[in-house]
Design a protein around this ligand. Structure first.
Ligand SMILES: *Cc1c(COP(=O)(O)O)cnc(C)c1O
Length: 275
């Protein structure tokens, strides 16, 4: 039994390593095509629906950043990853590989904790739980959420990096709500939200995030995001992150200046529907 379990785990590690290598190659090719340095790109592994063991395996392979989109699923998973790393676990045999960064103070060979991103639609009453473990909240799209996250992060004595989520399914400047239901503030509302985040004590404005609209070519949408980002930089020059691009559209995102690629399926495999 133990042997079979071990073999299954080792096969999964091989699969994750191969997917990760393919993902990196795609990012590097896209960067080359856009005349950009691949070092400007951060791969954010979207681990939703996948277990802590997969996070540990990719962490040991050198992936630094992970994202979740549901508080109920993420809170226990983040805690499990932290506990297993603290116990010195680096995943099944063969997991630790070149590039497995070692965090300060970590036992030799054990990677430091991941950087955790929250990327889902966030209810105000979940802000407290998310602010306890998230390093970044990428999906901030309304004033109430800014206030709730600021209070929660302050209460936990933490600082959160915040991206403003931009809705891309209507042209820049339009105010009509978009049809996609994927969240995000209208581009016209971004300057006001940015000001609120900049004034919040426990929040640090780091950039913008968006999901490409369904049923439209992604690149013109990502070009609109880039325009929103460039406007933001005039007032907030430090907020340079552009989180855009998923498994299906990362090339278009890199062509339009993305710095953070949120990759789920291409790393972990097709997700089963969440019940
Ligand atoms: C699930 C998810 C991703 C990853 O999508 P894939 O197509 O699986 O790569 C990226 N961003 C957000 C906000 C997500 O919810």
């Amino acid at each position: 039994m133990t042997k079979i379990t071990g073999e299954v785990a080792a096969r999964r590690v091989e699969e994750l390593a191969a997917n990760r290598a393919r993902g990196r190659a795609r990012g590097a090719a896209a960067a080359a095509g856009a005349g950009r340095d691949p070092a400007e790109l951060t791969l954010v592994a979207v681990s939703k629906t996948y277990p802590a063991a997969d996070v540990l395996a990719l962490r040991a392979l050198g992936v630094t950043d992970f994202a979740e989109n549901r508080e109920q699923e993420a809170t226990p998973k983040v805690a499990e990853v932290a506990a297993r790393l603290a116990a010195g676990e680096i995943g099944p045999a063969g997991t630790a590989g070149p590039g497995g960064a070692v965090g300060p103070g970590a036992a030799a060979g054990v990677p430091g904790p991941p950087v955790w991103h929250f990327v889902g639609q966030l209810q105000r009453n979940k802000a407290r739980a998310v602010a306890r473990w998230a390093d970044w909240v990428q999906s901030v799209d309304r004033p109430e959420l800014v206030a709730a996250l600021d209070r929660a992060a302050s209460a936990h004595g933490r600082e959160l990096s915040v991206c403003l989520q931009v809705r891309l399914d209507s042209p820049v400047g339009a105010l009509a709500p978009g049809p996609s239901g994927r969240g995000g503030a209208a581009p016209a509302d971004i300057p006001r939200l940015a000001e609120l985040v900049a004034q919040a004590r426990a929040l640090r404005l780091v950039g913008v995030m968006a999901v490409a609209p369904l049923g439209q070519p992604p690149q013109p949408a990502f070009a609109r995001l880039r325009a929103v980002a460039e406007r933001l930089w005039k007032e907030h020059p430090q907020a340079r992150a552009i989180s855009a691009g998923m498994s299906g559209d990362l090339e278009a995102a890199v062509a339009e200046g993305a710095t953070h690629l949120r990759i789920g399926t291409a790393l972990f495999g097709e997700r089963r529907p969440v019940p």
